[in-house]
Design a protein around this ligand. Structure first.
Ligand code: AG3
Length: 281
């Protein structure tokens, strides 16, 4: 085994992490899973050769994917998470006192089990929270068939390669539309725009016929190399995106939630995109 983990996401460019110790490595039913201690980012989890999460910078991604839609909604009682097996997103969603129930649909039980064991600070007990219901299955099947409706749906998927590919298709987005309550918000990881530019334009093309308001917001997550990670946003009304800073600040302060990255000013600013992305929509 090489002492470096070289990510295989891009053909002609990669990042490497020094491996201090491999904590777990196996081919699961769905994908190759490795969790290792790095010299630089704490513990790191990768699927099929692609970095999914690191202890050191996961807060940026999980806070932005959870709190931006949840504070914009303001009263989300029922939340659906697709993917997110490491548990970091569930942990952040459950910080919201107004959230009564979270359904999480993850395809790979092994990812949940191994992350609970080797990345315990990600889920931080969230999987035993009585408000959380975990289902093992494919997210696209769930949203195509489910009888329940949600106020916020979050897609914490892998990249559109392998098991995650269907979570970027029009049939998946149609399923999202049928599972959202009126004024419900959908947010999804949508790749690193500079490195995966087609993801923004393709997602925009697929979401905009289905939702009155389609947008993207962004945050730089160091271990998702290449600049800003984008998050897709879809809602049947633009009101949630037109909130003023004082409204968001009041919601944030009243929640008592402590964050390390998210704050209301950053929330609003995250929707301002560089011009090359604006032009690609
Ligand atoms: N979800 C996002 C992975 C994206 C990594 N790919 C990339 N660099 N474009 C990971 C799961 C975190 N809960």
């Amino acid at each position: 085994m090489s002492e470096w983990f070289d990510e295989t996401l891009h053909d002609a460019y990669h990042q490497g992490f020094k491996i201090r110790e491999v904590l777990f490595e196996s081919k699961t039913e769905h994908q190759h899973l490795i969790i290792f201690e790095s010299g630089s980012f704490g513990r790191v989890m990768a699927l099929d050769g692609i970095i999914q999460t690191t202890e050191r910078d996961e807060f940026i991604y999980h806070e932005m994917l959870a709190h931006t839609p949840l504070f914009a909604h303001g009263n989300a009682k029922n939340v659906l998470i697709i993917g997110g097996g490491d548990g970091g997103l569930l942990r952040e969603v459950l910080k919201h006192p107004e959230v009564e129930s979270v359904v999480q649909v993850e395809i790979d039980q092994a990812v949940i089990d191994m992350c609970v064991e080797y990345l315990p600070n990600h889920s931080a007990g969230a999987y035993s929270n009585p408000r959380a219901e975990i289902m093992i299955g494919d997210g696209i099947d769930y949203v195509s068939q489910c009888e329940r409706k949600f106020d916020v749906i979050l897609s914490d998927s892998t990249d559109p390669i392998g098991p995650g590919e269907v979570l970027f298709t029009s049939p998946f987005y149609q399923g999202i539309q049928r599972c959202l309550n009126p004024n419900g918000i959908f947010a999804a990881q949508n790749g690193v725009a500079f490195m995966q530019p087609e993801e923004v334009s393709t997602t925009h093309k697929r979401l905009s016929p289905l939702f009155a308001d389609t947008a993207f917001y962004a945050a730089a997550v160091p271990s998702y190399v290449g600049g800003i990670m984008t998050f897709a946003w879809a809602c049947d009304s633009s009101a949630a995106r037109e909130l003023k800073l004082d409204v968001l600040t009041e919601r944030f302060n009243n929640s008592g939630i402590k964050t390390r990255y998210y704050n209301p000013a950053l929330h609003l600013g995250a929707f301002a995109l560089p011009q090359y992305l604006v032009d690609s929509l």
